[in-house]
Write a protein that binds this ligand. Structure first.
Ligand SMILES: C[S@@+](CC[C@H](N)C(=O)[O-])C[C@H]1O[C@@H](n2cnc3c(N)ncnc32)[C@H](O)[C@@H]1O
Ligand code: SF4
Ligand code: SF4
Length: 383
């Protein structure tokens, strides 16, 4: 899943939300050290019920939302997934399941198809089973992912794979793309790891070097040519990491512009990472989605450009990138209103350069990464 959008111009006004990301649960059988979920996910226990999800799907559709992603944690953990998919279909959403494939089998694919699911995206950790096992904290997950990728295709869905790239798998990109090709993938999202949540905690051990990144881009370019020569339709989307850019991306197409995420406990967020910001987000348990989207302080906080500090405030590019990502600004500078330090015009850009230097000197083993699991999350909650 890509959570950034480059748009030529960001509207300051708030139109309807077009995208709804439904994070059904933070429960997950895997422990990916790069996971963008919040560090304190273990403190969220009171998940929305089936009825609450059904109600908010209707509210979102009534507001004009058309695209619906089911994610998490692992959405297949929810036994009511098929029921939610069926209702989403009935309401007229285009539905996408974003999954690690753990909990998937042929019968469940058939049930989801029967319920009207439009699209399935499966994430892979690596091509090498040992690297995949180490990164996901599971020796069995990789084989299931490969089997389910084939089963998804056999069931008539396009096969869309997502691979989060970081220092431990980026050098194997050639083999990763070859595996996707052999699996018969129709599209592959090569998503350079975004450094939020667990990925931020593990940043020094995940951030690739510039040389690794350039080699990976070159590999992707060679594969595009090779695939075209063979007449093989497999889209390769290479999502460039922020830390090697000198301008930020327009996060989510602008705060509260087109995206809305509902977290497992009903908190409504402008993106899936926003929980880390030092602010309170309203819940669908207390207010309607419409009220939250149009009238809440949280959703209006970073709309338009009146909130911007210098250098963004007087910058000609402010309507293109809206000053970058609030989560990144907050994580790196402690000030959510600051210019995203990715921008070379930011007075804090040295923090990005320092992070790159820190990564160059870090322990390079997968074992040095902190796994995303309940135990580690509870330690974080207590501290
Ligand atoms: C948080 S996961 C939840 C769904 C499911 N558990 C999975 O991993 O596919 C949603 C999507 O974000 C991707 N993802 C997770 N952490 C990421 C990160 N730090 N940067 C970029 N993509 C990430 C996953 O590969 C997956 O495609
Ligand atoms: S990225 Fe990994 S740990 Fe995070 S929710 Fe997906 S499968 Fe689970
Ligand atoms: S100063 Fe702000 S608005 Fe200008 S390019 Fe940098 S982040 Fe964008």
């Amino acid at each position: 899943m890509t959570d950034r959008t480059d748009t030529a111009t960001i509207n300051a006004h708030s139109g309807a939300p077009l995208w709804l990301l439904a994070e059904l649960t933070y429960r997950c059988p895997l422990q990916c050290a790069y996971c963008s979920n919040p560090l304190d996910f273990a403190s969220v226990r009171d998940e929305l019920t089936t009825e609450e999800w059904l109600d908010l799907l209707a509210q979102a559709r009534e507001m004009g939302a058309v695209q619906l992603g089911f994610s998490g944690g692992e959405p297949l953990v929810r036994q009511d997934l098929e029921q939610l998919v069926a209702e989403a279909r009935r309401l007229g959403f285009y539905t996408n399941l974003i999954t690690s494939a753990q909990g998937l089998d042929e019968a469940r694919i058939a049930a989801l198809r029967e319920a009207g699911l439009d699209h399935i995206q499966i994430s892979l950790q690596a091509s090498d089973p040992d690297v995949a096992a180490a990164v996901a904290g599971s020796a069995k997950a990789h084989a299931r992912k490969l089997a389910m990728a084939r089963a998804v295709k056999a069931a008539g869905y396009p096969m869309v794979l997502n691979v989060v790239l970081h220092r431990h798998n980026i050098d194997q990109l050639d083999a990763i793309i070859a595996l996707c090709d052999e699996l018969g993938a129709d599209a592959v999202e090569l998503a350079n790891c975004q450094l939020y949540g667990w990925a931020h905690l593990n940043r020094a051990g995940l951030l690739p070097s510039r040389e690794q990144l350039e080699a990976a881009e070159a590999t992707t370019g060679r594969w595009r040519i090779r695939l075209a020569e063979r007449g093989r339709a497999m889209d390769l989307l290479f999502v460039v990491p922020d830390y090697y850019n000198d301008r930020p991306k327009a996060c989510m197409g602008g705060w509260g512009s087109i995206f809305m995420t509902v977290a497992p406990d009903g908190a409504v967020l402008p993106c899936h990472s926003a929980r880390l910001l030092p602010m309170t987000f309203p819940s669908v348990r207390d207010r309607s989605l419409r009220e939250i989207w149009y009238d809440s302080e949280a959703f209006n906080r970073y709309r338009g450009d009146a909130w911007m500090q210098e250098p963004c405030r007087s910058c000609d590019e402010r309507h293109r990138d809206v000053g970058g990502c609030r989560c990144q600004a907050s994580l790196l500078t402690g000030d959510p209103d600051a210019t995203d330090p990715v921008c070379s015009l930011s007075p804090n850009h040295h923090l990005i350069e320092a992070a790159r230097r820190e990564a160059d000197g870090a322990d390079g083993t997968v074992g040095a990464l902190t796994p995303r699991n309940v135990h580690e999350s509870r330690i974080f909650c207590r501290s």
